[in-house]
Ligand binder design. Sequence first.
Ligand code: NCD
Length: 440
Amino acid sequence: MTRHLVSIDDLSLDEIRALFHLADRFAADPRGQRDAARGLIAASLFYEPSTRTRLSFESAMLRLGGGVLTAAEMSSSSAAKGESLADTVRVVGGGYADVIVLRHSSEGAARLAADYSTVPVINAGDGAHEHPTQTLCDLYNLHVERGRIEGLEVVLAGDLKYSRTVHSFAYALARFGANIVCVPQPGFEMPEYVLRRLREEFGVEPLRADTRRLGDLAGETDAMYLTPQKPHQLSLFTDARGWELQRVDALYMTRPQTERFSSGEEASERYMRLERRDMAAESLRDAVVMHPLPRRDEIASDVDEDPRSIYFKQAARGVPIRMALLATLMEQAPGLDSPPVQPESYPVAVGENPCPNPNCISRTEPRHVAPRFVVASRQPVRAHCAYCSRELVFRFVGCSTSRSYHAPEAGALRKVRPDHLVFFEDEGAAGRHEFVPAST
Ligand code: NCD
């Protein structure tokens, strides 16, 4: 069965550890792997700009002895003639290439591509949604620098709203049992849909964080501490002011993702900036400074000289970990234990697309993509988009066979098969589709 990497959750923790071990081997002898993928071809389909991700993938494939097809400017491809992503993927995966590395500006694009591809699809960033291979690189760096991930204290700073690297990293850190301190640029806090997943799927507890020890960097921001620890462990430490940050293992800075800002949204205040004097904070004494790059002004250039700054090493380690991923997904190396358990998704059978995200692939390619949903809870009914993970917005839920509708908390909905659920924004929409209110 073809394995894809769409979300970092597609890999189990053991599989990620196996990738680290393979990457260690490749890092020790990067020029000695020319037989690992001989005769195989990777296609880079990049609908958005990239330097590191594309070049490190292509370097990884070449170091494995394979070849690369590069479509770095998909705007000059048939996409400009109106070809759907699904069709492009079917063509490229149908004989041109053995693996597809896809970067796209729409959230959920990689999930859609995976649905149509017979060769592995690797998500190299889909809008503001996820960037799982940057996360593999970030986790690999923690593994090399710290020897473990469990129990680390990791600060995520900057634009936490639109940074897809931060979203994928947070899911993985939570699964590995690391603690996350969110230090957002005001107005660019971690999105609710990410927090919900962290809470519901990974058992993360959000607490207020007291970040005085981070000094100026944390400034006036409303910091949050996200921990997968059990409540009884937390009760030993917390007080009314929230979790006091003592020492940090890694500080992960991100740039403002201005290309994703909606109109009227600007980092109006000065964007946060890590300067040499901030590195004197006691809490940062043993911290490594990370950044997925590119950086703008959020890390002053004199911080580069600090031995705790690892962002250039971090980028270099992107090659061996991507070599490990490519070799594993193309079945040139062992390491995948079992297929990941994908949540069941269902087509939206009646009514409008209930995904509220204008940048979801189901909305940016409406003629080609049939909206699908995943049921998150049956009581009350809650669901999210199968492509971009955004929570669906609706006031009423119908049953497509009885053609009656209910409030989402109605007990009767428990008996409705998930593929028969229909979502309506209001009673008018239900009426237009000839659904009637359920008799209570
Ligand atoms: C990141 C991305 O594209 O999301 N870059 C990368 O892949 N290293 C981060 C960014 O662009 O800010």
